[in-house]
Design a protein around this ligand. Sequence first.
Ligand SMILES: C[S@@+](CC[C@H](N)C(=O)[O-])C[C@H]1O[C@@H](n2cnc3c(N)ncnc32)[C@H](O)[C@@H]1O
Length: 218
Amino acid sequence: MSDGPGSEAFFDRLARRYERTFAPDARATEVDLRSLVTQLAAGATVLDVGCGTGRAWPVLLAAELRVIAMDASAEMLREAERRSSAERVVRLRADLYRPWPVADRSIDAIFALHAVLAHPPGDPRTAWAHVGREIRRVAHEGAILAIDFPAPSWAKRHLEPLGADRYLYRDEQGAEIVALVPEPADGLAALGLSLSLAPCATGVRASGRLPTAPSSRT
Ligand SMILES: C[S@@+](CC[C@H](N)C(=O)[O-])C[C@H]1O[C@@H](n2cnc3c(N)ncnc32)[C@H](O)[C@@H]1O
C-alpha cells in the first residue's frame, strides 16, 4: 500500500479516531450483522477482511462464530486489540492485494465491510481479480460473501471496474440507481458469483454465495 488516501499509512493515521469520525453508526452495524450471521451455523468461520478496529467482532462472537480478521494497518489492528473480544479472534496483518495467509477451503463467510475494497492499488481489475482468486481459494463452496459500501454510488464506482451487467436497483426513496453487479467479466465475476445489491442500515450491500459446484468461468 502507498501513502495516499486508502493506503496503509492513511489508515494508520486514521485508526484512533476512525470509530468517532468515519465508522457507520454502531447500532445500525449491529442490526445489519445480526441479519447476516443468521445465515451461518454456530462454529462457522468468518474471514473479516479489512477488519479495522474490529467493530464486527462482538456480534460475530456472540453468534458463536470463529473469526479470522485481516488488515494491513498495524494501527487499526492495535485499536482492535483494545476490544475484550480481541483475544478470541485470530488477527492477521496482511495486505488483501497480496497472497492471503489463510488456509485453502477454510472459510464459510467473507465479510468486507464498509468500503474495504474501495482503494484498489493500480488497475482495479487486476487488484480485484487477485481478491477474487483468493476468495475462491480460501472459501468453502457455498460460502457467503458480503461487501458493504456506504452508499449506492460507492458500490457503482467500485464494482464498475469489474466489468458487469447492469442491474437497476431502486433505493428506499424510489430513486433508480444503476448498480453494476459482476457477471461475465474478470475479478469477482470469475467466482461464478451473482451478487445482489440491496440497501442495508449502513449503506448498501452486495452479497451472494459462492457456487456449490466448481465454476466453469475460471
Ligand atoms: C473504512 S475501514 C473499514 C473497517 C471495518 N471493516 C469496519 O466495518 O469498520 C477500511 C479498512 O480496510 C483496511 N484496508 C484497506 N486496504 C487494505 C488492504 N489493501 N489490505 C488490508 N486491509 C486494507 C484498512 O486498513 C481499514 O482498516
